[in-house]
Design a binder for this molecule. Sequence first.
Ligand SMILES: CC(=O)SCCNC(=O)CCNC(=O)[C@H](O)C(C)(C)COP(=O)(O)OP(=O)(O)OC[C@H]1O[C@@H](n2cnc3c(N)ncnc32)[C@H](O)[C@@H]1OP(=O)(O)O
Ligand SMILES: O=C(O)CCC(=O)C(=O)O
Length: 377
Amino acid sequence: MNKVLINDTTLRDGEQAAGVVFTLEEKVAIAKFLDTIGVPELEVGIPAMGEEEMRAICAISNLGLKANLLAWNRAVISDIKASVACGMERVHIAIPVSGIQIAAKFHGQWRVSLQRLKDCISFAVDQGLWVAVGGEDSSRADENFLLDVALYAQEWGASRFRFCDTVGVLDPFTTYGKVKLLVSALTIPVEVHTHNDFGMATANALAGIKAGASSVNTTVIGLGERAGNAALEEVVMAIKRIYGVDMGIDTPRLLELSQLVAAASGANVPPWKAIVGENTFAHESGIHAHGVLQNPDTYEPFAPEEVGWERRLVVGKHSGRHSVSNLLEQHGIFLNPEETQSVLDAVRQQSIKKKRSLTTEELLNLVKEQRYSHAAR
Ligand SMILES: CC(=O)SCCNC(=O)CCNC(=O)[C@H](O)C(C)(C)COP(=O)(O)OP(=O)(O)OC[C@H]1O[C@@H](n2cnc3c(N)ncnc32)[C@H](O)[C@@H]1OP(=O)(O)O
Ligand SMILES: O=C(O)CCC(=O)C(=O)O
């Protein structure tokens, strides 16, 4: 697998999620955390949004982080001036490339849009900036036009081209083909930016990387426009565990990072969310719990500690004898097989009644009640 760099856009596309607002302090804390765990590049925001956003970007720029920082810009000179005013040495310039987008934003005048891109790249390069260009809606663009825009961007001085599946309409197979075309034609690196509208953001990001993209956009917990972006924790762990490539990210801190971003965004992370959801290392089903007690590899793709979790055995409707006795033994309670079965029956009944699993305290109370009812008989 080719070497790949993460360009995390939690602070830009992540914050674009409807209803999400990070304070300056939250932006700084997220940037610092991402930098500390080894994320090498951060897209920190959009200076053209105005004073407040510029203050936050300046504050991040003044932190002296190891990560390279980028600001997002339209192909508008004043946007780039605002980025320079924030101390940015790297700018990302976006240009629509699909017919739909060019019609809506440039009245279909693609020559005008290309001229704008050329002027903006030249302006930024003259300012001594490192320039990346994003093809907005690349996935729905005519492939030849997309290629032309990317080649022009390269010729005019861009140092990277971003392939955007802006509305998340690709699958991994089509992503692979489209990204491969760009990678084969360009000498500058290609970045992939994917959205999760059909639940394929991470899979598509990986397909783009397989096709030769050497940079990938992520956001923590997959936060972002509509259904969000490829999640940082998913991309990092998939590359580490499926492809065996360690990207140098301190993965045991991914959980803490996800909690920081979830709190700042007011988002509820679903328990089943890959890597950082609270159920990712919780086992209730009897067969799973029994397997995990023998060898955790039976039902876990990797050790929970690798991403900051601890394994949990939970008792509830789907439990079996082994997990019940294991949990009770941890509290010094050793039951015979008949007693265990009767506690298990009670656990099932209670769980069905309460429509949830039971807490340890509730399990211990059940045992007490069971013992009491046995003694009374
Ligand atoms: C796919 C993406 O995620 S792209 C990033 C999207 N992010 C955001 O929009 C969040 C931040 N945006 C903002 O704060 C505002 O939209 C601003 C400051 C950028 C612009 O605000 P406004 O001037 O009020 O314009 P508004 O947002 O209503 O419309 C967008 C304008 O940008 C133009 N535009 C959109 N994309 C581009 C582009 N890549 N290059 C040049 N112009 C563009 C539109 O055509 C429209 O221009 P018009 O005002 O001449 O008609
Ligand atoms: O950088 C760009 O060109 C647009 C990025 C983006 O957020 C998108 O296309 O979804």
